[in-house]
Write a protein that binds this ligand. Structure first.
Ligand code: DWN
Length: 404
């Protein structure tokens, strides 16, 4: 299936398909199974601009709505991370007279609440009304809208130019990135900075963490693709910071073209990406083969454990787990339930695979023999608190393995 790149409109073709996939955060009741929505989850690489992207993405309102079940503050480590981000933004704002900070996709205000507490003028933009309501309760000025060029113009007219525009795990969700970039160009003050962080393509390829590919992640960025996409709108990549969050992310810092000297990190990472073959089609053929091997390895391990009468429970009903469960054909036969701390997910079933999601207390009350670590990106935080768990952990990133 040939289609056009979402950024540069060059013809692109998917290099693999994960098959029919439901909405990753579409946790549902048994009465909704018959009407469940599926789409073809198929990534493609654009040789024109280097952007890895989904050829098909469900309509935004199917994914982000008044009962979106992901609350960024629920992870202690991520809350600490975003407090750090707020501290850095405060420093950037230090020199400005009446700074104004805009966050695109501000979720439950996990970052902006620190700027609100410091009295910094700010605006959170969060289309999912339920998480936006939590942010408002925490004192964060929040509007429930999708960010695009028109909305950016309205914000600029009402509030003036932004000193800092920030986004975390959001930019890669927005299919019309050209409209977003044009909006940022309009809203960003002449010496303002845009900072955003997202799962990093280099880490995904290196770790075969194919579960970063799901409906919400319409793009998996690299420095190469970000530099190219934003340059089309007069914005220049001026710094890069590799991050450990979400299993390997990158923070991209951009400014109006010609306003700042790019740091040495920009040239270094661009060179690393070229050496890693991120611009070569063959890299994605190898990635597909690695995904298939991972899928087959995980399935046969779970079948073997089931054959031996062992109990396996999933840990963390992550968005990522939807790709894994559906691509690997997991079912409640193989994975009894998924334990998760999010009240909005508990008592429901996982999308597509229909594995029950239960509170963490059910995991603690009757420990299984094996815990399948769907929230592998939070492993350190999870292992710190699961010291009573005497069973073994199953990892599938970077390889399928059982660990004590
Ligand atoms: O981009 C996105 C990333 C940043 O966050 C989104 N599109 C949605 C979301 O993806 P995810 O669902 O894969 O994120 P997490 O942070 O890996 O999800 C963690 C899940 O695990 C939550 O449902 C909470 C749960 N959890 C738990 O049950 N016990 C998490 C921790 C740390 C725990 O100890």
């Amino acid at each position: 299936m040939t289609t056009a790149c979402r950024i540069c409109e060059a013809p692109i073709e998917p290099f693999m398909s994960f098959g029919p996939m439901p909405v990753a955060n579409g946790f549902l009741g048994a009465d909704q199974f018959a009407d469940e929505y599926f789409f073809e989850l198929a990534p493609a690489f654009c040789g024109g601009c280097g952007m890895l992207q989904l050829v098909e993405q469900p309509d935004a309102r199917r994914m982000f709505h008044g009962s979106y079940p992901f609350y960024a503050s629920l992870s202690r480590h991520m809350s600490a991370h975003f407090e750090g981000v707020a501290g850095e933004i405060r420093e950037i704002c230090g020199g400005a007279d009446d700074p104004f900070v805009v966050e695109i996709g501000s979720n439950d205000g996990v970052m902006l609440r620190h700027l609100a507490a410091a009295g910094i003028r700010h605006l959170g933009i969060e289309p999912s009304e339920n998480v936006a309501a939590v942010a408002r309760e925490a004192g964060v000025e929040t509007v429930s809208e999708f960010f695009d060029e028109d909305f950016a113009a309205r914000v600029a007219d009402e509030h003036g130019p932004a000193t800092v525009i920030s986004a975390a795990n959001v930019m890669c969700h927005i299919p019309d990135l050209n409209s977003v970039a044009a909006g940022i160009r309009r809203l960003l003050a002449p010496d303002g900075v845009l900072r955003f962080e997202d799962p990093y393509l280099g880490a995904m390829i290196a770790k075969t963490s194919y579960d970063q590919i799901y409906d919400e992640h319409v793009f998996i960025f690299s420095a190469t693709s970000v530099a190219s996409a934003f340059a089309r709108h007069g914005l220049e990549l001026i710094d890069l910071t590799p991050l450990a969050t979400h299993g390997g992310s990158m923070r991209y810092t951009l400014a109006h073209a010609g306003r700042a000297q790019p740091s040495a990190a920009v040239a270094r990472v661009l060179e690393e990406e070229s050496r890693a073959g991120l611009g070569r089609a063959a890299t994605y053929d190898s990635f597909r083969a690695a995904c298939e091997a991972s899928r087959d390895g995980l399935r046969s391990l779970l079948e073997e454990l089931r054959g031996a009468g062992r109990r396996v429970v999933g840990y963390g009903a992550t968005s990522k787990s939807t790709t894994v469960a559906n691509y690997c054909g997991l079912s409640p036969d193989l994975v009894e339930f998924i334990a998760d701390t999010t009240p909005d997910k508990q008592g429901k079933f996982s999308p597509g695979a229909h594995i029950p999601v239960r509170p963490h207390a059910d995991f603690a009350a009757d420990h299984p023999d094996f815990a399948l670590l769907f929230a592998w990106n939070h492993e350190a935080e999870i292992r710190e608190k699961e010291t009573d768990f005497a069973g073994r952990w199953i990892r599938y990133v970077p390889r399928v393995e059982v660990v004590a």
